[in-house]
Design a protein around this ligand. Sequence first.
Ligand code: HSE
Length: 429
Amino acid sequence: MRTRPLKVALLGCGVVGSEVARIMTTHAADLAARIGAPVELAGIAVRRPNRVRAGVPAELLTTDATALVKRGDIDVVVEVIGGIEPARSLITTAFEHGASVVSANKALLAADGTALHAAAVEHSADLYYEAAVAGAIPLIRPLRESLAGDKINRVMGIVNGTTNFILDKMDTTGAGYSEALDEATALGYAEADPTADVEGFDAAAKAAILAGIAFHTRVTIDDVHREGITEVTAADIASAKQMGCTVKLLAICERSEDGASVTARVHPAMIPLTHPLASVREAYNAVFVEADAAGKLMFYGPGAGGSPTASAVLGDLVAACRNKLAATTGPGESAYARLRVSPMGDVVTRYHISLDVADKPGVLAQVATVFAEHQVSIDTVRQQGKDGDAALVVVTHRAPDAALAATVEALRKLDTVRGVASIMRVEGE
Ligand code: HSE
């Protein structure tokens, strides 16, 4: 074993960074044996050096992250700051100074992954980011390496634990969205400002990363259709239950049937209780992958939190260090397929629509006509309540999302439709 240590700079020492530092210290001998050389934490860049961080050597702390990555003797930079800047500049500087980079930064990768990959290639360095998607769950490496010989057709996952916790609470207790969000906040699952999670931004960044890798095509967060969970009501969840379904916030990356294009989207959807993703409870994540040869695979585990995310970071750190010793690099960006990324309107899906209607002869015929005019075929229809309290619940067959959305708009204009109580896509069948 080489005795000269590989040097690691840690950028950020919050929930994840402090766990990375702790594991690097407590597992030092094992990491050295697995890598073939000791790994030494050479410096930790933080914004607030005076904050108490148990188990983190205070003498390694610095507020000058740029100077740390410019030292010239750093082998691997671990970036767990998050956000676009200064993370992007620091990562670029790290490459320029000969370091490989391990990052957990989904927002940056989803916005600017291509430029970062190019910088890594230019400087013969690695860029690894297993921790950016679904925390501890091995997902990036399986998609990029284990399934490199297969053809992935669909990646459908629960990639945000906060929203899964909220929807699970709504499902199990009958609570409304606000009540479930309050509970998630009180228990520390939701942040003080939960926007990134509940509006689907976090999941959309992860969807972009997954789609890019799965389909060997550049996909950015701007290509991802995004809807959050703030409009999901207790009535939606109750409707889902009546259909033998549950509601999940799904990230869905799909290849079109003709194989010429792909789509990536994040939105709440009903899935049957028999689907493996329906059993993913609380704040857990899971990703369901469908590939030509492999068939259906499910990856499941904790998608957030200090230790789980640090586990993914450490795995990447070991890989980057091994490559450094071997004077090689791992696989970089693979975007050769250059498939067209289609808009949401082209996605073929099913809708569950609940309409408050007048309970009189001819209403069902009028509603059915609107579906027919938009070439949307109805799978099931049932009436709930009667007189002034009548609702029609329609579930469609698969149709382009644009046609389904236009159908809903036309239904809203019917005099006999008092309101559209709920619209939700149905997936997983
Ligand atoms: N906030 C995310 C979640 C974890 O709730 O799953 C970090 O991506």
